[in-house]
Design a binder for this molecule. Structure first.
Ligand code: A3P
Length: 293
């Protein structure tokens, strides 16, 4: 699987192992009390997972350290055969898990197994502005040998704009989930809002999950899920798993955790090209992103 080309499912580029198990993913049996955390990759998934777990564990940090995020919240579609040196089956983990389960997915909304909608499951979707999401995805491709080689920054940007990257078009992903939120129980959050006011966004999640947290617990959640704390937490920063696949010396999983780092990557010409294309692709949505705070 190392640096292998992507396969494709319903027009969406996915890894070959995911394609090879797709029938089982599609037939996955959701339960009514399942919670799904859905994102385009690198939009703040792990951060949201940690917040949700802290809420579910009533602010008990030790309980949240029981295992890595990768195993506490099964990554639904993700599959790595044993031969990759790091066997992982999100499906198997999820099926073996007692209720209530929390799972993670990067699937575009049309590829989410239908039983999630049949069971009226709750979903927390997190979106991040395209430019920072792209930068983060580029560095993630550099450090993660389970993904195709990103090529140069400029080449990767072109692939991202064309939707020819794992999990497909960012534009279609955020727009698709935005539409779906009017039909299903979806809490749609933004990375930029979480950075601006984490307390406010945590309170939105609490309300959505119908949970309470007193001031003390809220403070614990805020502290434990800050970038600084998560960077030092091996249970939340992918340093305890996938050691043959992720090379944190190339780029750490907890890289910068800010809004606006794209300014350190885009040239003026690249920015212009990106903006023109962005306007066209986002003309048919009411979705608005903040590229800086
Ligand atoms: P950067 O590469 O821009 O630093 P995901 O979990 O979806 O893979 O997203 C990873 C991105 O979220 C990385 O972005 C990472 O640094 C950032 N991130 C993770 N935890 C965070 C936190 N507690 N606060 C802010 N950003 C965080």
């Amino acid at each position: 699987v190392l640096r292998a080309d992507l396969g494709e499912m319903e027009g969406i580029p996915l890894t070959q192992p995911i394609c090879s198990t797709w029938d089982q993913v599609w037939k996955f049996k959701a339960r009514p009390d399942d919670l799904l955390i859905a994102t385009y990759a690198k939009a703040g998934t792990t951060w949201t997972q940690e917040i949700v777990d802290m809420i579910q564990q009533n602010g008990d940090v030790e309980k949240c350290r029981r295992d890595t995020t990768y195993r506490r919240h099964p990554f639904l579609e993700w599959y790595l055969p044993e031969s990759s040196g790091a066997g992982y089956s999100g499906l198997e983990l999820a099926e073996a898990m007692p209720s209530p389960r929390t799972m993670k997915t990067h699937l575009p909304v049309q590829l989410v197994p239908p039983s999630f909608w049949e069971q009226n499951c709750k979903v927390i979707y997190v979106a991040r502005n395209a430019k920072d999401n792209l930068v983060s995805y580029y560095h993630f491709h550099r450090m993660n040998k389970g993904l195709p080689d990103p090529g140069t920054w400029e080449e990767f940007m072109d692939k991202f704009m064309a939707g020819k990257v794992l999990w497909g078009s960012w534009y279609d992903h955020v727009k698709g989930w935005w539409k779906a939120k009017d039909k299903h129980r979806i809490l749609y959050l933004f990375y930029e809002d979480m950075k601006e006011n984490p307390k406010r966004e945590i309170q939105k999640i609490l309300k959505f999950l119908e949970k309470d947290a007193n001031q003390e617990i809220l403070n614990k959640i805020l502290h434990h899920t800050s970038f600084e704390m998560m960077k030092e937490n091996p249970m939340a920063n992918y340093t305890k798993e996938l050691q043959d696949i992720m090379d944190h010396s190339v780029s750490p999983f907890m890289r910068k955790g800010v809004v606006g780092d794209w300014k350190n990557h885009f040239t003026v010409a690249q920015n212009q090209k990106f903006d023109e294309d962005y306007k066209k692709k986002m003309a048919d949505t009411s979705l608005v992103f903040r590229m800086e705070l």
